[in-house]
Write a protein that binds this ligand. Structure first.
Ligand code: AMP
Ligand code: MG
Length: 329
């Protein structure tokens, strides 16, 4: 069985073709970027509309196939104008192949692709992307959220400060580079139970930037404080849930300092740290294809083709037996 996955929740329009062994036959992406601002949903959707056909055509060419048995689209959460582009293209291609189509929850796809691409078995999952910051684990048939951000997502918080510094979007990688030359300055630290909050800290570094504090020092200290907060709640989740693995997923997983901090914490506990391979850390169609295939294989069919801009991963029943390949039939 060969599956086309289409991703369009935010900045990335992606198309990928995956088989039931979990092999990625192709993975093509076109990412909206800007040097001046953030993401304006209608502008991003316009970008997706313009690149959709060429991205999907290339995905078929790279995979050397001209037919799929299932089309999967990213149904949410995400920016509604962008989700509309994805579902429309998915319908178009499913119709042309006369095959089934189902929607996949985007965060869930990040989680299960983390299991597809790593050896992790039963981890505490740390989902750190632009809009999302959640500490998640599979317990009693659902991926349950044990801690999360009380305001913005970690990536968006970094992007917001990057915008203040005039670094463009996405800002996380730029902040990571500047941080290499920085030194520590005192910042607030806001962990509340199992949750974290980033906005107040962003307000503080913005004030300090306006006062002329070196941007390298601000970037370094911002990373140290954000990543320490995340590491603290992750460790507490591991202790409560008695889990011996951490799996980091989402675009912020590309950050080396974050990985090293989590790795140090895991080592101290005798636990194992996994991060989704860098090439699959960001949004991509392959994870959408795999998620759809898991659900389709477990018997789910889409009753109503729609988008769900606010759907959370803990709303979804985990009907598939394992997220690991190969699928049985
Ligand atoms: P996603 O929404 O999962 O595609 O992730 C995108 C987010 O990851 C954006 O907010 C980026 O700024 C952030 N990001 C990407 N690379 C890095 C990095 N090296 N360090 C920190 N954040 C990053
Ligand atoms: Mg994502």
């Amino acid at each position: 069985m060969i599956v086309l996955g289409i991703e369009s929740t935010a900045h990335t329009f992606g198309a990928a073709i995956v088989n039931k062994k979990g092999q990625v036959l192709s993975d093509v992406r076109d990412i909206f970027t800007t040097t001046t601002g953030g993401m304006i949903p209608t502008q991003v959707a316009e970008h997706h509309t313009q690149v959709a056909d060429s991205v999907i055509t290339k995905a078929f060419a790279d995979a050397k196939v001209n037919h799929v048995d299932l089309v999967v689209y990213s149904r949410g959460p995400g920016l509604a104008p962008c989700l509309h582009v994805g579902i429309a293209k998915a319908k178009e291609y499913a119709k042309s192949f006369g095959c089934d189509i189902i929607g996949a929850n985007h965060p869930m796809a990040h989680l299960t692709s983390g299991l597809l691409f790593t050896e992790a078995q039963d981890p505490v999952m740390l989902y750190l992307s632009g809009a999302n910051t959640q500490i998640i684990a599979l317990e009693a048939g659902k991926y349950r959220v044990f801690g999360e951000t009380e305001d913005v997502g970690l990536g968006n918080a970094l992007d917001k400060f990057a915008r203040t510094l005039g670094l463009g979007f996405p800002g996380g990688p730029q902040i990571e580079q500047l941080a290499l030359q920085g030194k520590w300055i005192e910042l607030p630290y806001t962990v509340k139970g199992m949750d974290v909050a980033f906005s107040g800290i962003i307000t503080r570094v913005t004030q300090l930037a306006k006062k002329g504090v070196a941007k390298e020092d601000l970037c370094y200290s911002l990373q140290e404080v954000f990543f320490s907060m995340i590491t603290e709640v992750t460790e507490r989740a591991m202790a409560h849930l008695n889990k011996q693995e951490v799996l980091l997923i989402g675009g912020v997983a590309a950050n080396k300092r974050l990985c090293s901090m989590l790795g140090t914490m895991c080592k101290a506990r005798g636990a194992t740290f996994f991060a989704v391979p860098m090439q699959y850390a960001g949004d991509n169609g392959a994870m959408i294809a795999w998620q759809g295939l898991l659900e389709y294989h477990a018997g789910r069919r889409e009753k109503k083709l729609d988008i769900y801009p606010y759907e959370r991963c803990d709303e979804i029943d985990v009907i598939w037996k394992s997220a690991k390949p190969p699928l049985s039939k």
